[in-house]
Design a protein. Structure first.
Length: 255
């Protein structure tokens, strides 16, 4: 069945993180003192329209902190995060969601004692319009969720919970969806399915900012990739080009 994103949504998403975005709180990546030119630099407007982007790095490099800072979950002490020309730094998470940015967190974090459908509706908690078309769109993307709409989320498999986490994020009607390690802990066949869905969501107009340690799969999917080391972007380029980069092949692909 062909999926079609609900109408009336804009896909343009321009995001930039300026220099020296300092993290706040000793518990948030103790080894990371700052995020330097971190995330997607949108000074090149064309690079960010309708693209899927990927960040690759080792653990502790600041990838998850980047996404959580953009989402307003980690409070930065200084720096700049702009989205479509508007400063986001210091805004609460709900205001950032209202502006079209949503996060699919590492570890899925579904509400285990609520049903699949209830979890999906939570993603639309800031909306005041009808949800039927969006729910149907998510069911077309993830038919398994429709089959299990009545089931408690805590009883789903890991792959099904990841599908639910993505569907919940889509219910906010995002322009930019950030995904933190969507393949973590999943079987290879499920990972393949998840990445196929990521491509389909991107094709339908949602910009994707993907953090993923499966560099091979991520760079095959992404239009553009970024390599981060201790909070700083050290390498960037088209996804397919990075796959051929000898530094990437040795460090992340084992070749």
């Amino acid at each position: 069945m062909a999926c079609c994103r609900p109408t009336g949504l804009q896909s343009l998403a321009l995001l930039a993180l300026g220099e020296d975005v300092h993290r706040h709180g000793a518990q948030e990546h103790k080894t990371l003192d700052r995020l330097h030119h971190c995330g997607v630099d949108a000074h090149d407007r064309q690079a960010l329209v309708d693209d899927a982007h990927d960040q690759c790095a080792d653990n502790g490099a600041g990838k998850s902190t980047t996404l959580r800072t953009i989402a307003g979950q980690v409070k930065a002490q200084a720096g700049s995060i702009t989205y479509n020309g508007e400063e986001l730094l210091g805004k609460p998470s709900d205001e950032i969601v209202k502006r079209g940015i949503t996060l699919v967190p590492e570890g899925r974090r579904v509400f285990p004692d609520m049903t699949v459908l209830e979890n999906m509706k939570i993603g639309a908690y800031l909306r005041h319009d009808k949800l039927d078309d969006d729910i149907e769109w998510c069911y077309e993307l993830f038919p398994r969720l429709k089959e299990r709409h009545w089931q408690l989320a805590g009883t789903l498999s890991g792959g099904e919970q990841q599908m639910l986490a993505v569907a919940r994020a889509l219910m906010s009607r995002p322009k930019l969806m950030m995904m933190d390690e969507p393949s973590l802990g999943l079987a290879p066949l499920i990972v393949r399915d998840i990445f196929q869905i990521i491509r389909e969501i991107n094709k339908q107009g949602v910009t994707i900012l993907l953090i993923e340690q499966n560099a091979n799969m991520a760079l095959h999917t992404a239009d553009r990739g970024y390599v981060m080391e201790t909070g700083e972007i050290i390498l960037e380029g088209a996804g397919r080009e990075l796959l051929e980069n000898p530094v990437i092949r040795e460090a992340y692909l084992g070749k």
